[in-house]
Every structure is written in structure tokens, then in C-alpha cells.
Ligand binder design. Structure first.
Ligand code: F6R
Length: 624
């Protein structure tokens, strides 16, 4: 979590840094700040507790117009409460070394104790501040506290001090550091937290994520774990932490900067809900036909013989991505392939039980979720091959996995995941279909029918979105409810969980998703007269059971909204309906989730919640 930015060039650094922070605000938004240095070595530090908009107002009051080098940060608090003192950038005692950091320094207490004993004075409660003092200490050892260092020696001295300091850090970090005496160079380093450098003409950008600088350049270099970069306005060099030179070929990002803007929608979340037909199309494009294992195998460089040999598919992921994994489990099991789904954060002992015939599928929109990445490492250590399904090119997950399938959803900025979920589902349906076909579990005719049904999904999504106003009305009727229940069965049970998660995240109300059949084993006790219950009940082989569960809930006073199709509507008796186009039982999760996303959105809107930046959350969860 946390977003970092850096700029070195000829433009006004403060404006570029603040603009970049606005685009990274999804990563954390409890406090923020920038520091810029001008050519006369004067440092301007501006920090606020709160949003980037407040920082922008402060920066507009001046004066750092002269600064052409600087760093910025937007924070999601880990060590120390959200406050101006704890906001980054952090400085050393001399206020010359300026640090922004994303990640956690695990040995910061030991380092802090040592630095305190050496006389350093700390101004914040953060783990990050130790880095600034540590670099200051290294600079002292290099005898540069006096003004008398030759100007041509400043860069080598800064480089060495930074390198030695980084060598002592344990934990995860993406760092960008400016030394006010040396404004011609920013030092950056990466260990387990994302860091990317944008290449301009006579200027360079540093950020946690390309969206921070996409409007300036699409040519980027993804810094590797254990690597640091010396970034100047017209050159840059890469090194290992041991000081050995490394090299990189820039890559060109396909996303354009307008994709990360709201495009007339009131919130990113609503825009992203509306981009879901396209997200599914983009994820499936060129990968579905013929559904025989070969097409996918070629893209992933995964031999079809391996697909045939896989005995168990193990999904690991967090939050919404975990719900996609649960749908994946049901889908693989439908085809007769053993499958499991676990929270990445709970995937510990099971990693020891994997073997070379297990395929671990790690799902992550950001590709940076620490729990997922650590679980992947455990899985690989256990001997399993890992397929990553992610939306983020160049992310950490893509480097850790054996095979990578990108969902081509475009940037997802709203903290509540919507279109990325649809992309993940589409990718899972694609993988499951190819595996089933490769294993001879789907014959040619059924494979064709499966692919065709999947290709119809984007049109169905558009039909549902066209009924947005109806869903808004239903949501408005429940806007003051403080409790919500979501129930369903089998492949749609994860959708009930997802519906509850969406409403919790953005409306801050209590919501629970339950397997409909489980209700009578305890949770039915919480139903009271008028309690909203959303029943996800499309046509399926378990519809009669589902209809019975709805009756049980109604008998205890639940006010039921049923998510149905024209056929299942005849069986399920509810006070309100959201009617979806009919699709095969296997494919309904790709549709049933859409009204639940819209429902959550409109409840949150009615409650006047901050939909794109819900309290306490951040989009990219890079701590465990
Ligand atoms: C929910 C949400 C989170 C993420 C989870 C995993 O709307 O966004 O639950 O799904 O933190 O994130 P990724 O997919 O980036 O690994």
C-alpha cells in the first residue's frame, strides 16, 4: 500500500508529483506529502494529514516552483497513526536526506535503537524514518557532513551511502530518496514492493504504478527485487544491492492515460462496472477458439501434456479475487477435476501437501498482494507449478509464477474491485475450458457450445447494465438498512459472498454472505422483520432447494430481493426482483454479480459514502 512518486527533469516537480499522487491515491489516502529540491539545494517539504486535494491546495500557495527534482507519497498507515508528522516524505536530522517508502521495514526497531544511541532525533512513529537517518549516518562515515565535498564526488558519495543503508534494511520496500546537496540524482530501490521508472526526454519519473505518469510517457522499466537505480534527468543506471551493474530494456505500456480517468462517470467504481462487458471481451479475445488446450498452452508456454497430467488445481487469492477462485473450484469440479480454493493468507500447511501434479492458480488484480505472493513462494517451494492470473503487467506476481495469464481489463482505480473480478472469472472459465478439453472431459461439440456461451456473456452484461435505474430504485429502498444478508448455492455462493463484501467495503454496513442451505443451521436466527435478504437464484439444478430457503427466510420476516432470470422467477417468490438474461447454469456467476455491484454502489451513494476511497482500505495490500 502507499504510493510513491519521483520526478527529475526540467518541469516544475511539485506539480508533477502532486498530479502523480492523485492517480496513486487508490493505494492509500490517509496522509500525503511531497519534497522538492531546487538547484540551489533548498528543500521544500509539504505534508498534510488527509487527501491529496488538501496537499494540492497547500502546494498551490507556493513556494516550491523552482524545484526540478522531488519525491512524493500517499500513505496507508502501518506504523504510526495517520497524521502530518507520520506523513512521508521523512527526513534525517539535517533535513537534507528525504525519503519516501512503500512497504515495511521489519528491523526498524533495532535500527532505530542504534541510531538513537548515535544521537539521531526522530520526529515520527514510522518505520520509514530510520532510512533517512541511516543514510545520514552512512554519509557521515563517508566524511561528507562538512560542506567541503567536491561537487563531482557528490553523486558517488550519495550512491554509496544509499547502497550501504539499503543493505541493512530487512522487509519490503520501494524507496525513492533525494539528497538536497545532490539534486541531479534520485536514488531508488526495490525489495518486494512495486517500483517502476518512466522514461521521458530529458526527464524521468518514478512511481509505484505506471498510472502515476502515463500521461507523460508509456516507456517504462520495471525495477527488480534486490535492485537499485540511480536516476538522473538524462540517464539512469541500475545495480544490485551489492553494487554490480545490471541492465534493462524499456517496455511500452499499452494502457493510455484516459483509461485511468473517470470519463464522465461520478465514480471510478461506476465507470468500471460499466466497463465489464469490454473487460470480459478483452480477456477472452484470441484465446478461446478452438477450445482444445493448444491455444492457451501456446500463450502460456504450458505444454498440453502438463495440462493432462495436472490432478489438482489449487486456487489461492484474497478478497474478491478469492471469490473468483471459489467459482474456479466449482467449475473445475464440475468437469471432474479435483480443485481447492484457499485464502492466500491461510495457505500454509497445505503448501506442504502439493506436488508436481498440482497446478496452483494465484489470482490477483494488482499482482502485488503480499499474502498471495508469499503463498506462491510456499507453493513453488512445495514443488507445484504456479499459474498467475493478474491484471498488472510487470507486477511482482508475474515474476514469481511459472505461467502468467493477463486479464486485459485496463487500470482498476476504484478500491472496490469490479471489472477486475469479471476479468478474473473470464480467465478462469477460459483456463477451465481448455483444461477440460485437453483432458478429454469436454468433447468437440460441448467445447464449442461452452465457448459460444462464454462469447455471449459481454452482450448479456450490457443488457443488465441497461437496467441500472431499476437496481438503483431497489437499492434506494434499502439505503437506511444496517444489515444485509446474501444467500445462494453452489457456483453462485461465492457471488453471495462477493455481494456482501462489496456492500461492507463501500457502505460500512454489516453484510453477510451465506450458503443458502447453511442458513437453517444457525444464521437464520439473526433474521428480523424487514431485514433485506438478496437471494441469488438464477435457473439451476438446485433452484427448488434455493426457493425453499427463500421461503424459510421470508417466514422469519426477511424482505427478499431475488436475482433471477425469467424462468427461475416463476419458482422463487420475492417482494422485489432483478431479472437477468438467461444463461447456462455454469455461466450465471458472470452475470449475477453485476446487479450486486450496482446495488452496493447505489446503497453507498445514498449513504453519501466515499465510494472510490472507502475508509480504512487501500487498493494494493502489500503487507501481510
Ligand atoms: C475487494 C477488493 C479486495 C481485493 C484483495 C486482493 O473489492 O478489492 O478484496 O480483491 O485485496 O487484491 P488483488 O486482487 O490485487 O490481489
Amino acid at each position: 500500500m502507499c504510493g510513491i512518486t519521483g520526478y527529475i527533469g526540467e518541469q516544475n516537480a511539485a506539480d508533477i508529483l502532486v498530479d502523480g499522487l492523485k492517480r496513486l491515491e487508490y493505494r492509500g489516502y490517509d496522509s500525503c506529502g511531497i519534497a522538492v529540491v531546487d538547484s540551489k539545494n533548498a528543500l521544500y517539504l509539504r505534508r498534510v494529514s488527509g487527501r491529496v486535494a488538501a496537499l494540492e491546495t497547500l502546494v498551490a500557495k507556493g513556494p516550491p516552483k523552482g524545484g526540478r527534482t522531488g519525491v512524493g507519497h500517499t500513505r496507508w498507515a502501518t506504523h504510526g497513526a495517520p497524521s502530518e508528522d507520520n506523513a512521508h516524505p521523512h527526513t534525517d536530522c539535517s533535513e537534507q536526506v528525504v525519503v519516501v517508502h512503500n512497504g515495511i521495514i521489519e528491523n526498524y526497531l533495532a535500527l532505530k535503537e542504534k541510531l538513537l544511541a548515535q544521537g539521531h532525533k526522530f520526529k515520527s512513529e514510522t518505520d520509514t524514518e530510520v532510512i533517512a537517518h541511516l543514510i545520514e549516518e552512512k554519509l557521515k562515515h563517508l566524511h561528507v557532513q562538512e560542506k567541503a565535498v567536491r561537487s563531482d564526488m557528490l553523486e558517488p558519495v550519495f550512491f554509496e551511502a544509499f547502497r550501504h543503508a539499503v543493505g541493512e534494511l530487512k522487509g519490503s520496500f520501494a524507496l525513492a530518496v533525494v539528497w538536497a546537496r545532490c539534486p541531479g540524482m534520485i536514488m531508488a530501490a526495490r525489495m518486494y514492493s512495486p517500483l517502476v521508472i518512466g522514461l521521458g526526454k530529458g526527464e524521468h519519473f518514478i512511481a509505484s504504478d505506471v498510472s502515476a505518469f502515463l500521461k507523460h510517457t508509456k516507456r517504462v522499466i520495471f525495477v527488480n527485487d534486490g535492485e537499485m537505480a540511480a536516476v538522473r534527468k538524462d540517464s539512469m543506471d541500475f545495480y544490485t544491492f551489492q553494487g554490480k551493474k545490471t541492465s534493462h530494456e524499456p517496455v511500452t505500456i499499452q494502457w493510455d492515460s484516459t483509461m485511468a480517468e473517470k470519463g464522465g462517470y461520478r465514480h471510478f467504481m461506476l465507470k468500471e462496472i460499466h466497463e465489464q462487458a469490454e473487460a470480459v471481451e478483452n480477456t477472452l479475445r484470441g484465446r478461446l477458439l478452438p477450445l482444445d488446450g493448444e491455444v492457451l498452452g501456446r500463450e502460456l508456454l504450458m505444454p498440453v501434456e502438463f495440462m493432462r497430467a495436472v490432478e489438482t488445481v489449487q486456487f489461492i487469492a484474497c478478497g474478491t479475487a478469492y471469490h473468483a477462485g471459489m467459482v474456479g473450484r466449482g467449475l473445475f469440479e464440475h468437469f471432474g477435476i479435483n480443485a481447492e480454493a484457499d485464502f492466500a493468507s491461510e495457505f500454509t500447511d497445505r503448501a506442504k501437501l502439493l506436488d508436481k501434479n498440482t497446478l496452483v492458480v494465484a489470482i490477483s488484480q494488482s499482482g502485488e498482494t503480499a499474502d498471495t505472493i508469499f503463498a506462491v513462494r510456499e507453493a513453488r517451494a512445495g514443488g507445484a507449478k504456479v499459474l498467475a492470473i493478474t491484471n498488472t503487467v510487470g507486477s511482482t506476481l508475474t515474476r514469481e509464477a511459472d505461467y502468467v495469464l493477463h486479464t486485459h481489463c485496463g487500470p482498476e482505480i476504484g478500491v472496490a474491485s469490479t471489472k477486475a473480478f469479471l476479468g478474473q472469472l473470464a480467465a478462469i472459465y477460459l483456463v477451465a475450458g481448455h483444461f477440460a478439453a485437453a483432458k478429454g472431459l469436454l468433447d468437440k461439440t460441448d467445447a464449442r457450445a461452452y465457448a459460444e456461451e462464454l462469447l455471449r456473456i459481454p452482450r448479456h452484461i450490457e443488457e443488465i447494465l441497461a437496467r441500472e435505474a431499476e437496481i438503483e430504485k431497489i437499492a434506494a429502498a434499502f439505503a437506511s438498512s444496517e444489515h444485509f444478508l446474501f444467500i445462494s448455492r453452489r457456483l453462485n455462493f461465492p457471488i453471495a459472498l462477493e455481494g456482501a463484501l462489496k456492500i461492507k467495503e463501500i457502505s460500512y454496513v454489516h453484510a453477510e454472505g451465506y450458503a443458502a442451505g447453511e442458513m437453517k443451521h444457525g444464521p437464520i436466527a439473526i433474521i428480523y422483520k424487514g431485514m433485506p435478504l438478496l437471494a441469488v437464484a438464477p435457473s439451476s439444478s438446485s433452484l427448488d432447494l434455493m426457493a425453499g430457503n427463500v421461503e424459510e427466510a421470508k417466514a422469519r420476516g426477511a424482505d427478499v430481493v431475488a436475482i433471477v432470470d425469467e424462468d427461475s422467477k416463476k419458482t422463487v417468490k420475492a417482494s422485489r426482483y432483478i431479472v437477468l438474461p438467461r444463461t447456462g447454469e455454469l455461466f450465471s456467476p458472470l452475470l449475477t454479480v453485476i446487479p450486486l455491484q450496482l446495488f452496493a454502489y447505489y446503497v453507498a451513494l445514498a449513504k453519501k459514502c466515499d465510494i472510490d476511497k472507502p475508509r480504512n482500505l487501500a487498493k494494493s495490500v502489500t503487507v501481510r
